[in-house]
Ligand binder design. Structure first.
Ligand code: EPZ
Length: 424
């Protein structure tokens, strides 16, 4: 396995190109099997989750070809006749669940391994199954698999939010299935993340009839079929927010080329409160650290609230703030695997239920640490950028799942970071 080495102390300066959004690309690639011809998806990020989803597509019979240096992908679903998503693949990437709706809608059956849990907490799928059953699917759970069948889905009204609010991928699955159902579907309590809006726009580009995307109430009028489409993925707001935290913690000034300021409202608001200067500049966002960071309190929420996928990165930033910050996880209450590793770097964080109490320290110290999940890895790299001495982030395959060449991008901004063979 590989590890990332960071020598702390550099101040980031320059321009970084924000890649396409992983969490838009995955459901959009899965939904492409619903088209009656090949789709071309542009601005795809070169991350391992996209490679895993490509393996799934090829496993069920699609032809997938990459071009444009890996950022454009052509998916021809003509060889797909139905589909099983085996355990070996789904355990690699929980997001494989996003095949459930498209397979059911196009082929009337799907067999998807139940996704396991993961380090950020339990990952139930009851809302996915509730929504698809409301459309008339017959669903059984057999030997760790979701076995779903439908002789034609029918439009329905369904409330789809759970105790932690709307579900992004449940919304993706039910919206995709409703597109080919007979009649109109109303999804109340739908997710309104930009990635869901992007999926809706992709489906509309194929001929789907969807209204209300970007709000918590979606209306979908079923259509007979979907045509091929060419579509460009939105930029990744989580990658952009990650680089914002990196610029802020080093006191640097970074231009995030292609970042969508309008997708980052809660993040810009919270970082501004922490004393970070952020402004829109045409098609870019400019972030300037001021050398000191004020403590902030934040609770993560579904969009447009502060994203859970940036909680670990903000926590890393707050470790060197002046004062005490309270960071509460309302989406994945157990999402604190980065905390013990940050404390190994001399941070001072305690966990009280769903909250991290972060007492700012003057300096972090470099240490060997262990990545546990995608965003926790990013948090450890952010901390390593300012820690005294050398930080080694082990099991860096986690970060490759969702960041397109993060060390190359950080090096180009002046960070002293590189990859080495690891032993852990
Ligand atoms: C998506 O996961 C993202 N992944 C996650 O990003 C992100 O953290 C999450 O949305 C929340 O924004 C992709 O899009 C591939 P949810 P998803 O269903 O859809 C509960 C990353 O780092 N819930 O919106 O699986 C659930 O337990 C990843 O890029 C139910 O209760 O998340 C959680 O508490 C990590 N029942 C909350 O809803 C269900 O049936 C939100 O989860 C489904 C979910």
């Amino acid at each position: 396995m590989e590890k990332m080495i960071i020598e702390g102390g550099a101040c980031l300066r320059g321009t970084v190109e924000i890649s396409g959004a992983k969490n838009a690309c995955l459901p959009i690639m899965a939904a492409s099997i619903m088209a009656e011809g090949p789709c071309v998806i542009r601005n795809a990020p070169r991350v391992s989750d996209v490679n895993t989803l490509t393996e799934m597509l090829r496993f069920i019979g699609a032809t997938v070809d990459f071009s444009d240096n890996g950022c454009s992908v052509r998916i021809d679903p003509s060889g797909v006749t139905g589909g099983d998503a085996p355990y070996e693949m789904v355990k690699k990437m929980r997001a494989s669940i996003c095949f459930l709706g498209p397979l059911l809608a196009r082929f009337g059956r799907a067999s998807i391994s139940l996704p396991g849990g993961c380090v950020i907490g339990p990952r139930p799928i009851g809302l996915h199954l509730k929504g698809l059953a409301a459309l008339g699917a017959r669903i059984e759970l057999n030997h760790g698999y979701i076995e779903a069948e439908a002789d034609g889905l029918r439009g329905a009204e369904v409330f789809l939010a759970g105790r932690f609010g709307p579900s992004v991928l449940a919304t993706a699955n039910v919206m995709s299935a409703a597109v080919l159902a007979g009649g109109t579907t109303r999804i109340i309590g739908a997710a309104c993340e930009p990635e869901i809006v992007d999926l809706a726009e992709f489906l509309i580009s194929m001929g789907a009839r969807i209204r209300g995307h970007g709000s918590h109430i979606l209306e979908i009028d079923g259509v007979e079929g979907l045509s091929a489409s060419e579509y460009t993925i939105i930029p990744d707001r989580i990658e952009a927010g990650t680089f914002m935290a990196a610029a802020a913690i080093t006191g640097g000034e970074v231009v995030l080329a292609g970042a969508r300021h309008d997708h980052l409202g809660a993040v810009v608001d919270k970082l501004a409160e922490a004393g970070v200067e952020i402004r829109r500049d045409g098609e870019s966002v400019v972030v300037k650290g001021t050398g000191s960071v004020r403590n902030v309190d934040v609770a993560t929420h579904h969009y447009p609230g502060f994203p859970t996928d940036l909680q670990a990165q903000l926590t890393a930033l707050m470790t060197v703030s002046e004062g005490i910050s309270i960071i509460t996880e309302k989406v994945f209450p157990e999402r604190f695997m980065h905390v013990p590793e940050l404390n190994r770097m001399a941070a001072n964080i305690s966990i009280e239920g769903p909250s991290a109490i972060v007492r700012g320290v003057r300096e972090l110290s470099g240490a060997p640490v262990m990545a546990s999940d995608l965003r926790a890895s990013a948090a450890l790299i952010i901390a390593g950028l300012v820690a005294g001495g050398r930080t080694e982030v082990n099991r860096v395959y986690h970060i490759d799942r969702g960041y397109d060449g993060i060390e190359k991008k950080l090096s180009a901004l002046g960070a002293r970071i590189w990859r080495e063979k690891g032993s852990l």
